[in-house]
Design a protein around this ligand. Structure first.
Ligand code: PLP
Length: 385
């Protein structure tokens, strides 16, 4: 049975071009980029080139790129490194819909006596910028707000937010793990100080990420040890991962508009096809400001997990929440923050597409879903028969 992969916000297929590029670094070219000899030095050159490619996609200086182990590390480093560098400021502002890589770090600081402000969202998952502005003060060390939501795809007005935060002299971090490669980002014209990326969300391997740190931003290193990454992140580099991420950024740049247009067309077709054929279902999130690849749909009165199991029989992979929250019986914290009723939040499914999906896959899925939903509703104790 062929796999139909609609779970790209959880992780993506490594691009074949990326795989080809990194193969030699697992086998023949195993040198340490910090070595003095030519054998290691040639690897160092490839890392420099990868840094340039990431910087080109983001519109920043290569010196502003720190390679990390994952998106979670970038988020942790941004928050912890900023708080350590500004010990007199004791307040963090974030949102209720962040990924746990941000939210759990902030809540941990609450236990250490910090004041944490978690901004609310409306029923479409949108922020109220006046609420944000009312909390900015001299005690605020960092504002950390995601670029795009991993569950609903809702995109926040990050440039506007960064400008507002910067005008008060406060550090601004954004978790752009879901945004990079899907929507344009240009750091050369932005007020963002810190931005995190994860390789495996944009067709690079797992185990690599980036933290962008604007020149002049004070950040205490999180990992101490050797002099890698200019002393800002110790540890021997994940050479194939970094080279792969560089290649993935190059690919994202080459085909940016064309591919995201295609992905949006497929997402819209899938979403409309499902909504038009199933009763009592709705799209979650701000349809006007959304990633082109994400559809989050609630099917009333049934469990998302049951839908997933039935889709799985046809080889269709989707998700019933973020990769990290599925497995728990609690409905997603993001949908709860949006005030989605429990009966709908429990039956929510996220479809997240990539450049590798096809129209045939979308058509096949649109055909399979309505009978699944009808069957589950017949079994549901919440549906009047
Ligand atoms: N931030 C967001 C918005 C995410 O979606 C994810 C992963 O799902 C992460 C952070 C964590 O990234 P990583 O898996 O690379 O640690």
């Amino acid at each position: 049975m062929k796999t139909i992969y609609f779970d790209n916000n959880a992780t993506t297929q490594v691009a074949p071009e990326v795989f080809e590029e990194i193969k030699p670094y697992f086998a023949d070219l195993y040198g340490n980029p910090s070595s003095m000899h030519t054998f290691g030095g040639q690897v160092g050159i490839k890392i420099r080139q990868a840094r340039e490619k990431v910087a080109a996609l983001l519109g920043c200086d290569p010196a502003e790129i720190i390679f990390t182990g994952c998106g979670t590390e970038g988020d942790n480093t941004a928050i912890k490194g900023t708080l350590a560098a500004h010990p007199n400021r004791r307040k963090i502002i974030t949102t209720r819909v962040e990924h746990p890589a941000v939210l759990s770090v902030c809540r941990d600081y609450e236990n250490l006596g910090y004041l944490i402000v978690e901004l609310s969202v409306d029923k479409k998952g949108r922020l109220d910028l006046a609420e944000l502005e009312s909390h900015l003060d001299d005690n605020t060390a960092i504002v950390t707000i995601m670029y795009a939501n991993n569950e609903t795809g809702v995109v926040f007005p990050i440039e506007k937010i960064a400008e507002m935060v910067k005008s008060k002299g406060i550090i601004f971090h954004t978790d752009a793990v879901q945004a990079v490669g899907k929507i344009p980002i240009n750091l050369s014209t932005s007020n963002i100080d810190l931005l995190s990326i994860s390789g495996h969300k944009l067709h690079a391997p797992k185990g690599v990420g980036v933290l962008y740190v604007r020149k002049g931003t004070r950040l205490t290193p999180f990992m101490l040890g050797g002099h890698q990454e200019g002393g800002r992140r110790a540890g021997t580099e994940n050479v194939p991962g970094i080279i792969g991420l560089g290649k993935a950024c190059e690919l994202a740049m080459q085909n940016f508009e064309q591919e995201n247009k295609k992905v949006k067309f497929l997402r819209d077709k899938l979403e409309k096809g499902i909504i038009s054929k199933c009763s009592d279902c709705m799209v979650n999130g701000d349809e006007e400001n959304r990633l082109p690849n994400t559809a989050n749909i609630s099917f009333e009165f049934i469990e998302g997990e049951s839908i997933l199991l039935m889709l799985d029989r046809f080889g269709i992979c989707a998700s019933s929440g973020s990769a990290c929250t599925s497995g728990s019986l609690e409905p997603s914290h993001v949908l709860r923050a949006m005030g989605i009723p429990y009966t709908a939040a429990h039956g929510s499914i996220r479809f997240s597409l990539s450049r590798y999906n096809t129209e045939q896959e979308v058509d096949f899925t649109i055909e399979k879903i309505p009978p699944i939903i009808s069957r589950l509703r017949e079994l549901s104790p919440f549906v009047k028969k």
